[in-house]
Design a protein around this ligand. Structure first.
Ligand code: GDP
Length: 520
């Protein structure tokens, strides 16, 4: 089992043959529907029995052990026609909550959804909720009419109710596959698995074992003995023990890697669930993981997209990258915000690098990501969670938020304008030169005296030189302070207002009345 589950069922290339860079990827399936409609029973049935013709029922409860809950499992199913076996990964994270989080964070994990509707109850509020999620995500889906063994089962009513929601199943003239199943008798389960593989084939899912590993965290918890544990679904590449992976809020030098049965593996590939330990922080459900830190990924993505769309705005041509985390109330506003941000930046010398974008309030994860990546947060109709007030008080994080897009644009433009004048914002103190005590020596050292009339000056600090007749001149670095003296006493720093002597190192020509501005 162990070695098999680490492998994919797609034939491996023979020795000497080069591995194709892309190959078929087993589908990742999510089961959704109203509470009590039989999702858990269906997932349990498939976990334990597979289809009745399953090549290899997956070890689980019937093997005597309690299957630990890790949020996902894999099965193998043999196709009726070809007799070939194929893998399917099922996500059995309960409820919509995890999926909402996954969607909020802009990730996508499932390739196919199974919408479970109980044959005796038909459509209920959560059925509609699941359907709207599926439609928003544009997920291919299969309707599973469950509990078909019950005497009061009325599958036709389900199909009719679906048609009223404009979901037309296959035998109602539509395209949505529909299977009748019972988790009690096993009826229709084979057909369902077959249908999943058929839909997967049409979707033409591809991945490469040689690609950099990437995927999505679906569960994460703190184990008293083992530390932080996360379950991820690998969507591309191969995860290996000892390698490092990154999410927005955490990184892991993979200490141990286990398959969904809790068996140790040296490596795991797509679309397997992987249980990962070795985290520095608890990764959040719904976060994507990848082999490179977020900033590196974001820069690469931005560089690519700007080169693709218009070479003249390539990141490389801009003087400075500004890292951004975008938040909005709904997907539509988020898209609008991104478009506007890109427009604003086009007028500037800065390149926008979007580290993260998601819907919902500004969360602690966003704040921490902003801290570690030195990003600014822009919230359109999205403000920080209330309990973050205190956390934010002690921190210097630039957050721009507004309910009105024009106001947000104004704030951002102002901020970028300020940034474009870096010298003004980043000066710690100013000194007026009153005396020139010595000529420059061979190493351009010189002793001058002056009044520190504003702020502070420190040893080794660099400065700009401002000539009084050119107050608006562009600031370029003119030299550095080698030492500071006050009344013959050597100081490490001085604070306004005070008269001090400075030994400087500079190529510039000083004159009485010139101003030195010390760079913060
Ligand atoms: P979930 O809330 O959607 O996960 O639903 P469960 O799987 O927990 O099932 C709810 C109830 O329906 C339980 O009492 C199950 O035993 C029962 N149930 C689930 N599937 C079937 C089925 O196919 N046939 C019958 N007769 N009962 C079922």
């Amino acid at each position: 089992m162990t070695e098999k589950s680490a492998e994919n069922l797609i034939p491996r290339p023979a020795k000497g043959e080069t591995r194709p860079s892309l190959m078929g990827r087993p589908p990742v399936v999510v089961v959704m529907g109203h509470v009590d409609h039989g999702k858990t029973s269906l997932l349990d049935y498939i976990r334990i029995h597979g289809g009745q013709k399953a090549a290899r029922p997956v070890a689980g409860r019937e093997a005597g052990g309690i299957t630990q809950h890790v949020g996902a499992y894999e099965i193998e199913h043999s196709l009726t026609k070809s007799k070939q076996t194929a893998k399917i990964t099922f996500i059995d994270t309960p409820g919509h909550e995890a999926f909402s989080k996954i969607r909020e964070r802009g990730a996508k994990v499932a390739d196919i959804a199974v919408l479970v509707i109980a044959a005796e109850e038909s459509i209920k509020p959560q059925t509609k909720e699941a359907l709207s999620y599926i439609q928003k995500e544009n997920l291919p889906f299969i309707v599973a009419i469950s509990k078909i063994d019950l005497p009061q089962a009325n599958p036709d009513k389900v199909k009719q109710d679906l048609a009223e929601l404009e979901v037309f199943v296959e035998d109602w003239g539509g395209k949505i596959p529909c299977v009748q199943v019972s988790a009690k008798t096993g009826q229709g389960i084979d057909e369902l698995l077959e249908m999943i593989l058929l839909v997967a084939e049409l979707e033409d899912l591809k991945a490469s074992p040689d690609a950099e590993p990437e995927g999505v965290i679906i569960e994460s918890s703190l184990d008293p003995n083992r530390g932080i544990i996360a379950t991820a679904i690998i969507l591309n590449g191969t995860l290996e023990q000892g390698k490092t992976i990154y999410t927005a809020s955490a990184e892991a030098k993979i200490k141990s890697l286990e398959n969904f049965l809790g068996q140790r593996e040296k490596s795991l590939s797509f679309s397997s669930p992987a249980i990962i330990t070795g985290w520095d922080n608890q990764p959040k459900v719904g976060e994507k993981f990848s082999a490179r830190p977020l900033v590196a990924q974001a820069i690469e993505k931005e560089t690519k997209s700007s080169v693709d769309s218009s070479p003249e705005t390539a990141v490389a041509d801009k003087t400075k990258n500004i890292f951004l985390i975008l938040k909005a109330d709904v997907t539509g506003s988020l898209e609008a915000l991104e478009t506007i941000i890109r427009q604003i930046f086009q007028e500037t010398n800065f390149a926008p690098i979007i580290i993260e974008k998601s819907v919902g309030p500004i969360t602690l994860t966003d704040i921490k990501t902003a801290e570690t990546t030195k990003s600014i947060i822009v919230g359109f109709r999205s403000s920080p969670d209330q309990e973050l007030g205190n956390y934010l008080k002690d921190r210097q994080i630039a957050i721009f938020q507004s309910q009105i897009i024009y106001e947000l644009m104004e704030k951002l433009t102002e901020y970028l304008d300020e940034l474009a004048k870096p010298t003004e914002a980043k000066i710690s103190g100013k000194l007026k030169i009153l005396e020139i005590f010595s000529e420059k020596d061979k190493k351009n050292r010189q002793v001058i005296g002056g009044q520190l009339f504003e702020g502070k000056a420190k040893k080794n600090q660099k400065f700009y030189l401002i000539k009084p007749d050119q107050p608006d001149q562009e600031r370029t670095e003119a030299g550095k302070i080698l030492s500071i003296k006050k009344n013959k006493q050597e100081l490490d720093s001085a604070e306004a207002v005070v008269e001090i002597g400075l030994q400087t190192e500079s190529l510039a020509e000083f004159a009485k009345g010139d101003i030195l501005e010390f760079k913060a």
